[in-house]
Write a protein that binds this ligand. Structure first.
Ligand code: MSP
Length: 662
């Protein structure tokens, strides 16, 4: 079994986790879950960084001991990771005894292997309390650093680590292991930094009390980075007698950190380890930042985003999916509630959720609540999985999560077209539940099972639910489950409420005000809604949204200009339901390419809601709104009328929504 050790940065305990911290743990979790199901022996570590001046001060302000503060706040981290379904195997706190022993052992080993590498010296410089570090001269102007933090000229007697002696060894390491830092642009930055020459590093403080006392000199505590970085091995038992895990898992396979701290992990950390005669990690992976209005989200900038409303209302998977899909891994990305909810509706509620519900519903109706009795091993969807699954796996290995998800969507879209073009509802009406219908629906369900297995590391909770609804084993998400043929025939299916219920974005944002996520701006209610096109003023008596008007032959001729005033467009039906107490009316949510809107149409005698979803239709997009049985309809769906029975104008499924018709 291949071992796989993955770590996140340990987060400052006194900062309540925000979206940036959540992101880092979600990414690590996706990787860990994926490696586990591929058969690796995974160890996933996260934790909290609990020493240093900031927490010392925060505790003093409250009149309590730093450890009391840490004990209290660490609970927030535990609870949040639990709510987000983070599957870490270990959580380290730097205030634990095992960590203290690890740090002391690291110093002892350095002193043993390279006795002159740690020495007592004097250090003067611009000290930034916020960053807990000395800031280089060229980054200080008028008493503040480039981040706008106040700095003070400070002289201290410190222990130093002879980092300057490691430049050549580090450069050689980068040359021999170009995969050591990912992405390559970050490696280039690290190389450039080291090539400029390295200064020795101060590794102790006498001005701070809250930390691990320096061995042999308790007036000093160990400086935060030497302390914090060691967590990755102290968590494996380094420095204790219980160190079997160290043997098993070190060196780490992926050390995941934000781009701001790549340098500490790719320069200081391997140098400390080299000095102590320990192998460096295999890979430091630097992810980008979540931004708000193009600025890094951080406590010190006062623009934190904590999407707790979204977690409360939609569970962890909405957030997990959004961050993994929206951010190109390695790059920065602006956060907005609006984009999260829009993605939720389009990708999760519509594409993933609706396709599942429709396919299950049809199989339930046609095959008595079971998966179809006849399976199929030659068809287009099977062929497609043979190309999509390897692509997906390659993207997962390359940390290209966004592209991996795009591969999943390729298959999902193909399933939709497969259903729309094969029209199982028609087949059933004409020929009943025969073998051919069984194969069509089984193909769709089997391909959906593979879609959901691919989604498992991203949205584990919903995946379990979807697989069990499909009549598949909810725990079977391993390599074998990605192969065609896993779904058994005649297994009970489960029809249930949508896994991802649609949200009316404008209403949701309005109701929630999203205070927590937008602390500095007025309620997000003023943001432009993405759902439902802004309705034109309601007409006194709106046009009937009726699809079956007979065409009188003697209508007056109109000019081309008059015709052009009608905005005909291709739209995609994303949701459909019967209007209560009406035989004829169906309320649909259609996507017009620019917006999602409600259209009510009298097509219910001919069409069932489940056969409408996913279908492309032609609509009159610029009709004044009209109310039908109390529901406002914004447009009209075109249909031919054969003896009063509507027949929807159909469009090739490959034509994108929003395409103009003339
Ligand atoms: N305690 C140090 C790390 C020590 S590791 C030995 C630290 N803590 S932190 O709480 O400030 O940050 C923890 C992680 O969250 C870092 O990897 C950091 O880059 C990441 N993020 C903090 N804000 C972020 C965003 N706005 N976006 C994405 N991640 C960012 O640094």
């Amino acid at each position: 079994m291949t071992k796989f050790y993955i770590t996140t940065a340990i987060h400052y305990v006194n900062d309540d986790p925000h979206i940036g911290h959540m992101y880092e743990n979600i990414v690590a979790d996706v990787i860990a879950r994926h490696r586990r199901r591929m058969g690796d022996d995974v160890r996933f570590l996260t934790g909290t960084d609990e020493h240093g001046q900031k927490i010392e001060r925060a505790a003093a302000k409250e009149g309590i001991q730093p450890i009391e503060l840490a004990d209290r706040v660490v609970k927030t981290h535990h609870e949040l990771w639990k709510r987000l379904d983070i599957s870490h195997d270990d959580f380290i706190r730097t205030t634990e005894q095992r960590h203290r022993l690890g740090v002391l052992e690291l110093i002892r080993r350095i002193q043993e292997h390279n006795p002159t590498d740690i020495y007592l010296g004097e250090h003067s410089g611009w000290y930034c309390q916020n960053e807990e570090t000395f800031i280089p001269e060229n980054q200080v102007k008028d008493g503040v650093d480039t981040d706008g933090h106040k700095v003070e000229w400070t002289t201290e007697s410190n222990y130093f680590f002879k980092l300057s002696a490691y430049a050549d060894r580090l450069l050689a390491h980068y040359r021999e292991h170009p995969e050591f830092v990912w992405p390559p642009t970050r490696l280039n930055e690290v190389v450039a930094f080291v090539e400029q020459g390295l200064k020795d590093l101060s590794i102790s403080r006498s001005s701070i009390k809250w930390g691990i006392p320096f061995p042999g000199n308790p007036d000093h505590v160990i400086y935060v980075w030497m302390d914090a970085l060691t967590n990755y091995i102290s968590a494996l038992g380094f420095g204790t007698t219980e160190d079997a895990a160290l043997e098993q898992y070190w060196p780490a396979d992926v050390q995941l950190v934000g781009k701001d701290i790549v340098r500490f992990h790719a320069v200081y950390w391997p140098a400390f380890l080299m000095a102590a005669g320990i192998e460096p990690p295999k890979r430091v992976v630097g992810h980008g930042w979540w931004l708000r209005d193009q600025q890094k989200i951080s406590k010190s900038l006062g623009n934190v985003v904590r999407p707790y409303n979204i977690l409360d209302d939609f569970g962890p998977d909405a957030l997990r999916y959004y961050v993994m899909r929206e951010m190109v891994f390695g790059q920065d990305q602006d956060y907005s509630d609006q984009s999260l909810l829009t993605r939720y509706n389009a990708d999760l509620a519509n594409d993933l959720g609706n396709t599942l519900s429709r396919a299950i519903k049809m199989s339930d109706t046609y095959f008595g609540g079971k998966t179809p009795p006849v399976r199929c091993f030659t068809n287009d969807l099977l062929d497609m999985t043979r190309t999509v699954v390897p692509q997906y796996l390659e993207h997962m290995d390359n940390l290209a999560f966004q592209r991996a998800l795009e591969s999943v969507w390729e298959l999902l879209n193909a399933i939709n077209s497969y259903i729309v073009t094969r029209e199982p509802w028609k087949h059933f009406k004409e020929k009943g539940a025969d073998d051919a219908l069984s194969r069509i629906l089984w193909d769709a369900l089997e391909a959906l099972r593979i879609v959901w297995v691919m989604m498992a590391p991203f949205i584990p909770r919903s995946t379990r639910e979807a697989l069990s609804r499909l009549g598949a084993d909810p725990e079977k998400i391993d390599r074998g489950a990605l192969q065609w043929g896993g779904l058994e025939a005649n297994r009970p299916l489960r029809v249930a409420d949508p896994i991802f219920p649609r949200i009316d974005v404008a209403q949701y944002i309005g109701e929630k005000k999203m205070e927590e996520t937008k602390p500095e701006t007025p309620a997000a209610a003023s943001a432009p809604p993405t759902t439902a096109a802004a309705p034109a003023p309601a007409a006194e008596s709106g046009p009937p949204v009726e699809t079956t008007q007979a065409a009188p032959p003697d209508l007056a001729k109109i000019s081309i200009d008059q015709f052009m005033q009608t905005d005909l467009r291709v739209a995609e039906i994303r949701a459909a339901e019967r209007v209560p107490k009406s035989k004829k009316l169906i309320k649909m949510t259609v996507f017009t390419g620019a917006d999602e809107r409600t259209i009510v149409a009298g097509i219910g005698t001919k069409y069932a809601p489940e056969e409408l979803v996913g279908r492309k239709v032609v609509i009159v997009a610029n009709l004044q709104p009209a109310k039908l049985m109390g529901i406002e309809s914004n447009g009209m769906v075109l249909a031919a009328s054969i003896d009063g029975e509507p027949s929807l104008l159909s469009v090739d499924p490959s034509v994108p929504a929003g395409t103009k018709v003339r």
